[in-house]
Design a protein around this ligand. Structure first.
Ligand code: GLN
Length: 289
């Protein structure tokens, strides 16, 4: 079979399994196996595919037909223009999360210290450090295996003079000192909704990275409640939130004493980021979450 025929066959196999973007995904899997890029289909569709490549391609298609995420097969996901290693131990970085990174980048200045809770693949922290000259970054996660992925991503994507560390533990537990910014894309799916997720997410992505408790807000409550101790005066807290959680998280932050709390929408017009400024020292601040 030549390259173009392989693409067409893959598309049919994937569409037959109910995968909507079969043409795109078949092409990406073929490129992964052959080490090629989009140009090959456009300009060299008659390139022969070797029996070994064809075998690997069929194996990849078979995995995808079982609804394993494409990114678990290729081992990669682009985020903020950087190529992150991903796998079953981390949440696959989502394009929506770029909104959070862009909001933080608007305010981030050289010399600042940033904490990324539930860091997973490290995509948020690493992007922030990559697009700044000199900031110090700390990422924490409960999962040691996730942190191993984050470490490899940072080692590959960050210049050696950048200052970063990844620490294992529950939210703030392994952290010392205060930060200018705290950012988090915590698990925020309601427990009872986990079973309704698409199979790629439900069956293959880590539950630890998804389950936000009964109302999906468990981590926001905990992080907001503890954040006052770890933010410098005038420091900022940034969250990614689910499309229906903007008001709830805004209220939690305001009740805790955060100032200038803002809900930022994504390109689809849905609530995506909530952020606010911590000005401790005012009466009642951080006492009644
Ligand atoms: N911080 C990582 C991301 O945004 C992981 C988030 C998580 O595991 N909930 O992709």
């Amino acid at each position: 079979m030549d390259y173009r025929e392989c693409c067409r066959m893959g598309q049919e196999m994937l569409e037959g399994a109910g995968i909507r973007e079969g043409a795109l995904e078949a092409r990406l899997l073929l490129e992964h196996v052959c080490g090629t890029d989009h140009n090959t289909l456009l300009a060299h569709g008659d390139r022969p595919v070797s029996p070994r490549e064809e075998k690997l391609y069929l194996q990849a298609l078979e995995k995808r037909r079982e609804r394993r995420p494409l990114q678990h097969i290729t081992g990669r996901q682009e985020f903020m223009g950087l190529s992150f290693e991903v796998g079953e131990d981390v949440l696959i970085p989502r394009q929506d999360t770029e909104i959070l990174v862009e909001e933080v980048l608007r305010q981030l200045q050289d010399g600042m210290r940033v904490l990324d809770l539930c860091t997973g693949s490290g995509c948020i922290l690493i992007s922030l450090l990559h697009y700044n000259n000199w900031c110090e970054g700390v990422g924490t996660d409960l999962s040691q295996r996730a942190l191993e992925v984050a470490e490899r991503n940072a080692g590959r994507l960050l210049e050696p003079d950048k200052k970063w560390s990844f620490l294992q533990g529950d939210l703030f537990a392994p952290v010392e000192g205060k930060f200018d910014f705290i950012v988090a894309n915590p698990p925020y799916i309601k427990t009872r909704e986990l079973e309704e997720l698409m199979p790629e997410v439900r069956d293959y992505e880590p539950r630890l990275a998804l389950d936000g408790g009964e109302d999906g807000l468990d981590f926001y409550r905990r992080i907001i409640g503890e954040s006052g101790e770890y933010l410098m005066s005038g420091g900022r807290l940034y969250f990614e939130v689910g499309w229906d959680q903007g008001d709830a998280v805004r209220t939690l932050m305001e009740k805790a004493g955060y100032q200038e709390v803002e809900v930022v929408r994504d390109y689809a017009g849905l609530d995506r980021v909530v952020c606010g400024i911590c000005l401790p020292g005012r009466k009642g601040v951080f006492e009644n979450v």
